[in-house]
Design a protein around this ligand. Structure first.
Ligand code: ZN
Length: 410
């Protein structure tokens, strides 16, 4: 279970400061929308924010209001003992009180955590239980959805019914809807009504990495909190600390991950080093302009269908990282380690022969091929043609169709 406090959100200091400010002042908005690239910690931050909002020791979160309503008397005729003295600066969950422990185990009755699922309705409870258990077991659990996954209607209906009642234990209820862009129109309408209810005791925290798919009516009623891509150093550190990868392998994964820890973790399950070796083996026929050898390698590297596209994407990305190493070796001040440090002498020798203009030319060829992947292309032909052009062969410089699709999208 990712028990990360608000003070330690990886690479999101502005978000951390903002949310701790909200907690310490105790002035919560009705709804927050956490947005930014996939895999940068929005879900982790949402859970940390929820724990702080429910913690017994943060002033304003304990059920003082409920006690007052009963004339200061509990069911057993005496005032319940006051919470322990505040252990934090009042801007974060204490991590020790009963509320914190329940929230950390995703078992606090006032914490509702909804997320998209796929599969048949009859198995819904099982599927959700498995996901929650996976989150408790693995601090770096990565949510992955298939195309059809959605926040289920039955769950939002059940939530709607529960909203009519007071929170059970805390002074407020926290509802987290992860990847809220995977909901239906009528779910959004019901959500809107709840968010706008005056005097509501519910704190809404929505997350989305696809902001354009969240209806404007929802966006405009939420305080939008923007998350940024993570630095490669931070990603490599987390991979190393959690035994996912180390040394040059961690750096390669971090460089490939485009600022997303989730993507780095997903990649760490694959044989990234083997894939890199296979991709860079094509450098030989590229340099010698051995077209027959390059065509053979391109065919070997690609399978058909979706897997072929992914293999192509990965291969092109490894060649981009190679270019970055060339640039780094030629112009860098040595502060950033090479991604392919095990091939440093080869990189330095090549870097001595290519200037920035040549590296940029090669990069544009690779970027053009990457952009074309989501169109109707043939993977082995695309790879051959791109790498032949990287090597300087002029095999026709026709215009490519424009594809504006994102490079990757969970
Ligand atoms: Zn606490």
């Amino acid at each position: 279970m990712p028990i990360v406090p608000l003070a330690q959100l990886l690479g999101q200091s502005a978000v951390s400061d903002f949310l701790r400010g909200v907690v310490s002042r105790g002035r919560y908005g009705n709804a927050y929308l956490f947005t930014g690239p996939a895999g940068v910690g929005k879900g982790t931050a949402a859970l940390a924010f929820a724990r702080a909002a429910l913690c017994d020791r943060v002033p304003g979160a304990a059920p003082a209001a409920a006690a007052a309503d009963d004339g200061g008397m509990s069911l057993f005729g005496e005032t319940p003992p006051a919470p322990e003295p505040v252990a934090t600066d009042g801007d974060d969950a204490c991590g020790e009180c009963p509320a914190c422990r329940k929230a950390a185990g995703l078992q606090h009755p006032d914490l509702k955590f909804l997320f998209p699922v796929s599969g048949v309705e009859a198995k819904l409870e099982e599927t959700i239980g498995e996901t929650l258990q996976a989150m408790r077991d693995d601090p770096l659990h990565v949510f992955q959805y298939d195309q059809a996954a959605s926040v289920r209607m039955s769950l939002t209906r059940e939530l709607q019914r529960e909203l009519a009642f007071r929170p059970y234990e805390a002074s407020r209820r926290v509802v987290i809807i992860r990847d809220c862009d995977r909901m239906r129109e009528d779910q959004y309408s019901a959500l809107l009504k709840s968010i706008e209810e005056p005097g509501a005791t519910t704190l809404w925290v929505l997350t989305s990495s696809r902001l354009s798919r969240v209806p404007a009516t929802i966006r405009s009623r939420c305080q939008v909190v923007k998350f940024v891509p993570l630095g490669e150093g931070a990603i490599a550190r987390v991979l190393t600390e959690n035994g996912k990868a180390s040394g040059p392998a961690a750096r390669t994964l971090a460089a490939l991950a485009s600022g997303s820890l989730a993507r780095a973790i997903t990649l760490s399950r694959e044989d990234a080093a083997g894939q890199a070796r296979a991709a860079l083996a094509m450098l030989d026929p590229v340099r010698s302009r051995n077209h027959a050898g390059l065509w053979k390698a391109a065919q070997d590297a690609n399978k058909f269908g979706r897997a072929g596209r992914e293999a192509l994407r990965r291969t092109l990305e490894f060649h981009e990282l190679w270019l970055r190493d060339l640039l780094n070796a030629r112009y860098g001040d040595g502060s950033i380690p090479l991604v392919f440090a095990d091939r440093e002498s080869e990189i330095r020798a090549e870097a001595a022969r290519v200037d920035a203009a040549e590296i940029r030319r090669r990069l544009m060829v690779l970027e053009e091929a990457l952009r074309s992947i989501d169109g109707n292309i043939t993977a082995d032909l695309t790879l051959f043609s791109a790498l032949a052009r990287v090597g300087g062969s002029r095999i026709g410089e026709g215009a490519w169709p424009a594809h504006s699709t994102a490079r990757w999208d969970y």
